[in-house]
Design a protein around this ligand. Structure first.
Ligand code: 4AD
Ligand code: MG
Length: 430
């Protein structure tokens, strides 16, 4: 009997085929049982009658959810069935009868679900999110490939830190002492632009942030781009183009999954250039008008970002933050010496920051001074300073957080569902 996947059913209507999968759901009425089978490619309803199944029918009827099975039957079109097809079953082989599945129909709290993440992944909602994640990452890579960027895989063990000395995970590294799990691939991408012009990386990054918010993970994936001969203005244009491309393509490819998540995609369809732009100064003023006092020079936290991002119906760039709250490598603003030529991109609908980016300091004198102000060990950064000695050019780049972007696209409250096995302040299991 030919084996096929449920996703291949349209090509097998009227044929007798075999599928392998798991019992996602079941119900029975008298002499007839309906099993919802999930095989990783899709779901289908398998209809089993007592007449056909014979003696094993009693066992099949009571098969625990998530038992694994091999099912043979005839594929028929059935509009009312989930997935649009049905299987008239001729035979069922039980591969493994499951214990009672801990995740049932009743409501479970987030802690319970996260502790059973290895099983929770099988639920339709989680399957939908994982598929959207795959599609998002595919479009991120496609965008860069189409625009002449070369993939450069940056290291995970680093001896420099890119963003913030206060949230590093350190690892003992043989006789060399401490290394850190990377916070960003950026500094290494900066080295690669001199060889390749436009480069990107997409990998895990780590922040030992003691933040227990709906936006923070300690391990998250970031897509970072770096471009030679690119100024702040051009950097923002590329980001608008990039974010619009990945959002539009992802929602077009994953209509069914987004519907399952009950995501209203009308807001997402508006995500096209140009995005809004305001300065950090404007942001402080806007917050004040909304009754939320933030002193100039303070960083914008989650609440502030939510307030600002709820004000706009499309993503908004916040430009020119004070230098003292931003990373050492950001270029000093030519007219506002206390500000950086940088921008964060906030997603609308209250989602907040999804991108951090800037033009990079290419003046070696200003860079060295900034490193001193940040108390960076010059020996560890010698290679980075070298980049300003051998053909230095104006250059810029940005980093997009995959989980935050996915959380926004899917309309989720918390980033924890956007990554297969989330790592957070109080969670590294399973
Ligand atoms: O703003 P960040 O820290 O920027 C950088 O790391 C730069 N080196 C990027 C660059 O210019 N190449 O982080 C970039 C993005 C944020 O906007 C956010 O989307 C995500 O990474 N991010 C986090 N996502 C989940 N959990 C965390 N703890 C995150 N920290 C940052
Ligand atoms: Mg940031």
């Amino acid at each position: 009997m030919p084996e096929c996947t449920i996703s291949e059913f349209p090509a097998h209507v009227g044929e007798l085929v075999t599928i392998r999968g798991w019992v996602q759901n079941r119900r029975s009425s008298g002499k007839i049982s309906f099993l919802i089978i999930r095989d990783g490619s899709g779901i289908c309803q398998a209809v089993i009658t007592r007449d056909v199944a014979g003696e094993p029918y009693q066992e099949i009827k009571k098969l625990p959810l998530e038992s694994s099975v091999i099912v043979s039957g005839v594929v028929i079109m059935e509009d009312r069935a989930p997935g649009g097809y049905e299987m008239q079953v001729k035979g069922v082989e039980i591969v493994s009868k499951a214990d009672e599945f801990p995740i049932g129909k009743k409501e479970h709290g987030p802690d319970f679900l996260l502790s059973h993440r290895h099983l929770w992944l099988r639920s339709p909602r989680q399957i939908a999110i994982l598929r959207i994640r795959d599609t998002l990452v595919r479009h991120v890579r496609a965008y860069f490939a189409n625009k002449g960027f070369t993939l450069v895989d940056t290291p995970i063990f680093t001896t420099t830190y890119g963003e913030d000395s206060t949230n590093l995970f350190s690892v003992e590294y043989f006789d060399l002492g401490k290394t850190y799990l990377t916070q960003t691939g950026q500094l290494y991408l900066e080295a690669a632009i001199f060889a390749l012009g436009r480069v990107y990386c997409l990998g895990p990054t780590f922040r030992a942030e003691k933040s227990k918010t709906r936006r923070h993970l300690t391990e998250f994936w970031m897509a970072e781009a770096e471009m030679a001969f690119c100024d702040h203005e051009k950097n923002l244009e590329i980001q608008e183009d990039f974010v619009s491309y990945v959002v539009q393509n992802t929602i077009a490819d994953r209509e069914n999954e987004l519907r399952l998540l009950e995501r209203d995609t009308e807001q997402l369809k508006k995500v096209r250039p140009p995005f809004y732009r305001i300065s950090y100064d404007d942001a402080i003023e806007l917050l004040r008008k909304k009754g939320h006092e933030t002193a100039w020079g303070e960083d914008l936290g989650g609440d502030e970002e939510t307030l600002i991002s709820n004000t706009f119906d499309k993503p908004v760039f916040i430009e020119n933050y004070p230098r003292k709250i931003k990373a050492f490598y950001m270029k000093q603003h030519p007219e506002r010496k206390d500000c950086a030529l940088c921008a964060d991109l906030l997603a609308p609908e209250g989602y907040g920051e999804i991108i951090g980016g800037s033009q990079r300091e290419d003046d070696i004198g200003v860079l060295l001074k900034s490193m001193q102000e940040h108390a960076l060990d010059p020996a560890r950064y010698a290679w980075y300073v070298d980049l300003r000695k051998y053909g230095s050019v104006p250059h810029s780049g940005f980093g997009l957080g995959i989980e935050r972007t996915l959380s926004w696209i899917c309309g989720l409250h918390h980033v924890r569902e956007t990554i297969p096995f989330p790592r957070m302040l109080y969670r590294a299991y399973p």
